[in-house]
Design a protein. Structure first.
Length: 391
């Protein structure tokens, strides 16, 4: 029988980073994943010599030097800077909202001219509320940036993302919209950003080096046959020919929190995304890693050209083909991969009930986006693990 200090459910960033830290502390870990490969949503698939982000664009960014130094100690990161472009009915705009965007939209040349245009449209939106607070996302956004930016770059894109009209979404979702009065297309304000050289699989492989892992394993099937020992540990007898008999003391769980509790209070809602990926017989399809499509004319929310995450300059043309993915946002259904928590009052209230149960668990750590029902970028997930005491 194999004995472990930790059974870690899920090999994404939380699970892999936890396993790395635990191994450094002299603990023995087994990492299991229901997918046929390791890495969770940062897994990359090699197609035509290009690292394809199978579960959507993942761009690492942080202001935390400790986190940046940590990931670079596993694999060196490149200099990729996220500068997405928006396509609205064939016209291109730079993102985030900055002086390039305003020059493209209004022909303004100075920050003062841009600010005056925004202030004029904000005042118009605020006046239309007759002293009332914004009641939905549309009203809130109009008071923040005005009608031109909202109707061109926010409204239809947001409706595709959420599958709901902006007038049906709560105002608190969009309490602020960053507006930059400089010619700067860098989407993030963080000091550090980049992509692992060689792709995210290099990061996951480095984190899990020397750690026992098993793929194609459903934790809930294991749980159904485990038994509690007198010392508080758990034993799982052979699950199938591929899985050994194991004993473990502690659990790290990164799956959906409502599923862990057998949906005791009901099911949480999720948004998910699907992808249509294809090879294009050209070295450079759209000239940018990410192009957002902000009108309803296209059913997809964005197109990702994966080579631009890691290939620059002549490297783009040395690779004769390219891989692009159309990204579609949709409501989660059974059997799909949950991606994003639905940030409304109903789901937040339900999630808090599950979190209260989780907080009372002994020897169980709930980590990551699914297990906490909170949206996290990659760096904060790693930051959480680095901050854990007593591993």
């Amino acid at each position: 029988m194999e004995r472990y200090d930790y059974l870690i459910v899920g090999s994404g960033l939380f699970g892999a980073t936890f396993a790395y830290r635990a191994k450094k502390a002299g603990k023995r870990c087994l990492v299991i994943d229901k997918r046929p490969y390791l890495g969770g949503n940062v897994y990359c698939e090699s197609i035509e010599g290009i690292n394809v982000h199978k579960y959507g664009a993942h761009i690492f960014h942080t202001n935390n030097k400790e986190v940046w130094d940590f990931v670079n100690s596993i694999v060196e990161f490149n200099r990729y800077t996220n500068c997405p472009v928006a396509n609205y009915k064939g016209k291109l705009y730079n993102l985030p909202f900055n002086m390039n965007t305003f020059a493209q939209m209004w022909g303004v040349r100075t920050p003062a001219e841009a600010q005056a245009k925004i202030d004029e449209q904000k005042a118009e939106a605020i006046a239309s509320l007759n002293g009332k607070e914004p009641q939905n996302l549309e009203e809130q956004a109009l008071t923040l940036v005005g009608k031109d930016i909202f109707f061109t770059l926010i409204k239809e894109y947001t409706e595709k993302q959420w599958g709901r009209k902006c007038t049906e979404l709560p105002a608190f979702i969009i309490k602020r919209l960053p507006v930059r009065m400089v010619f700067d297309n860098n989407y993030f304000n963080d000091r550090y950003q980049g992509i692992p050289i060689g792709g995210y699989n290099k990061l996951i492989d480095g984190l899990l080096d020397g750690i026992d892992t098993v793929t194609n394993v459903d934790y809930f099937k294991l749980r159904s046959v485990q038994r509690l020992e007198d010392d508080g540990s758990f034993t799982i007898d052979p699950f199938d020919a591929e899985f050994p008999s194991i004993n473990y003391k502690n659990l790290v769980y990164t799956g959906a929190i409502d599923e862990y509790y057998d949906f005791k209070f009901g099911k949480l809602d999720w948004r998910t995304v699907t992808f249509k990926t294809r090879i294009e017989n050209t070295p450079n399809y759209q000239g940018n890693a990410v192009v957002n499509y902000t009108s309803h004319n296209e059913p997809f929310t964005r197109v990702i050209e994966h080579k631009h995450f890691e290939m620059f300059g002549q490297e783009v043309y040395d690779c004769p083909k390219t891989v692009v993915s159309e990204e579609y946002s949709t409501e989660y259904k059974e059997g799909m991969e949950p991606y994003y928590p639905v940030n409304d009052n109903k789901n937040n209230t339900l999630a808090e009930k599950y979190r209260e149960l989780a907080a009372r668990e002994k020897n169980v750590i709930f980590g990551g986006r699914l297990a906490q029902y909170r949206y996290y970028d990659m760096a904060p997930v790693i930051e959480q693990v680095l901050a854990l005491k007593g591993i």
